[in-house]
Design a protein around this ligand. Sequence first.
Ligand SMILES: [Zn+2]
Length: 121
Amino acid sequence: MTEVPDWIIDKVKQARDLFGVGGPEWSISLKMNDRPGGHEAYGYTVTNPTYLNATIEFAADLKDDETGQEAVLHEVLHIALSEIWHIIVEKDEIDEYTEAMERFITRVVRSIISQNKEFTP
Ligand SMILES: [Zn+2]
C-alpha cells in the first residue's frame, strides 16, 4: 500500500485544527487508495462519531496543489459534520442531506482556499 505523503499528514493536521477536530479525542487513520471507498474520487471518509474514530482514504495520485488541498479540507469537514450526518442517516433522509451537505462543504472549502491558499494558521 502507498505510504501517506508528509504533505497530506501536515494538511490534515491543519484542517483538523481549523474545523475543531484537532484534539486527541478523535482518532483519524489516513490511507492512500487508487479508488477511495471504491469510487472515482479524491477522497472518501468513514466516520464513527460514537467512538470518535474515522478513516480517510485519499486518491493515491493526489498532489500537493489546490485540488489536493481542497480534498483534505473536504474530507476533514466530513469528520467535523459526522455527528449530524449519523443522526440524519438514522432518520432516513440521507439523499437530500447528502446533496445539501456536499454543497455546503464545497462552498466552505472553496471559500477557505480563495482566502488563504495554504490555509496555514
Ligand atoms: Zn464529500
